[in-house]
Design a protein around this ligand. Structure first.
Ligand code: SAM
Ligand code: DTB
Ligand code: SF4
Length: 344
């Protein structure tokens, strides 16, 4: 499988086997990061990282039981449930994000699925944020075909819907929906012509084989997600997984294994944006630097994610300065084609 040593002419593959992905994970660390960096440089401007901002437009009270999430009604996390924000307040936050240098605005709602009565406000948010010149992303739970079409019509750039972990482990993390439900929504989003954003969480006490299965599930989709967030679990007190990690600290994933996951995502999905998402607040700059070397090219800025703390703009500006990184102006600049052979 490694016969083609020129990543510039390597085809974008959707036929990865689990053995091949496991072999990537098993490479000596520096070799793995080197290969990922080669792929990264071939398809992206490696010194640039996209700045994105997250906003929770509807927080808490979610009927789903995702074991990592502070917003589930099953979690005793102290997060209070709110109503859907007013469109104007969302647009105000978006304008602040744009003024702070963000190029992408991601809006998240703690829903199993949006209700049809919510759609006019959601559509107005997408249109308003787009009109500010930022890329838009929404994550609202499961969608019907009609809702996906409405979001496409509104001009939504990306829909985020994570597979979160391997198909085998899914039911241990979430019981109120299935892995297949997740794939069905991704198919609807794709069919509606919206870019797909799908990734997951590393560090939930899963095995290496689960991380292989997680990347495999994404890298064997007919079209790779254009955007792949890799979150490090933020252990939140009162959630099943947050409490489990507090009791068994040895289950915490080590930084090198996290970087390996980023690198394998980069190699197997060469054209995708790989987003270093949640968990940076407790990550050293050295680990983040390794993630950027291994192909991550997006971060969430600001001091809050949806409910959890984030690194903060000052810390990020200082890190960019120290590492010589530049904020990305336009997205995916070297991406020539979306599928098929990519001779960059
Ligand atoms: N309700 C929608 C859904 O589940 O698709 C959207 C919001 S949900 C909070 C978006 C994603 O955030 C989840 O799929 C998960 O990957 C990530 N996430 C949530 N809580 C997290 C945590 N404590 N640590 C890391 N990632 C987390
Ligand atoms: C994603 O994969 N990570 C973001 C975004 N998509 C919506 C969310 C991270 C949430 C972290 C936990 C919290 O803030 O509650
Ligand atoms: Fe609800 Fe999304 Fe949190 Fe799951 S991850 S509990 S669906 S908000």
């Amino acid at each position: 499988m490694f016969a083609n040593t020129n990543p510039g002419t390597a085809p974008v593959r959707n036929d990865w086997t689990r053995d091949e992905i496991a072999a990537l994970f098993n490479l000596p660390f520096t070799e793995l990061v080197f290969r990922a960096a080669e792929v990264h440089r071939t398809h992206h401007r490696a010194g640039e990282v996209q700045l994105c901002t997250l906003l929770s437009i509807k927080t808490g009270g979610c009927p789903e039981d995702c074991g990592y999430c502070s917003q589930s009604v099953k979690a005793d996390s102290g997060v209070e449930a709110t109503k859907l924000m007013e469109v104007q307040s969302v647009l105000q936050s978006a304008a602040q994000a744009r003024d702070a240098g963000s190029k992408r605005f991601c809006m998240g709602a703690a829903w199993r699925n949006p209700k049809d009565r919510d759609m006019p406000a959601i559509i107005a948010m997408v249109q308003g944020v787009r009109a500010m010149g930022m890329e838009t992303c929404m994550t609202l739970g499961m969608l019907t075909d009609t809702q996906a079409a409405q979001l496409a019509e509104a001009g939504l750039d990306y829909y985020n819907h994570n597979i979160d972990t391997s198909p085998e482990r899914y039911a241990q993390v979430i019981t109120t929906r299935s892995f297949e439900d997740r794939i069905d929504t991704l198919d609807r989003v794709r069919a509606a012509g919206i870019n797909v954003c799908s990734g997951g969480i590393v560090g939930m006490g899963e095995t290496r084989a689960d991380r292989v299965g997680f990347v495999h599930a994404l890298a064997t989709l007919d079209h790779h997600p254009e955007s792949v967030p890799v979150n490090a679990l933020v252990p939140i007190k009162g959630t099943v997984l947050g409490d489990m990690l507090a009791d068994t600290p040895l289950a915490k994933i080590d930084d090198i294994e996290f970087v390996r996951t980023v690198a394998v995502a980069r190699i197997t999905m060469p054209l995708s944006m790989v987003r270093l998402s949640a968990g940076r607040e407790s990550m050293s700059e050295a680990t983040q630097a390794l993630c950027f070397m291994a192909g991550a090219n997006s971060i969430f800025t600001g001091d809050k994610l949806l409910t959890a703390a984030n690194a903060g703009d000052d810390a990020d500006a200082a890190m960019f300065e120290r590492l010589g990184l530049k904020p990305m102006e336009g997205e995916e600049p070297l991406r020539a084609v979306k599928a098929g052979t990519c001779a960059a």
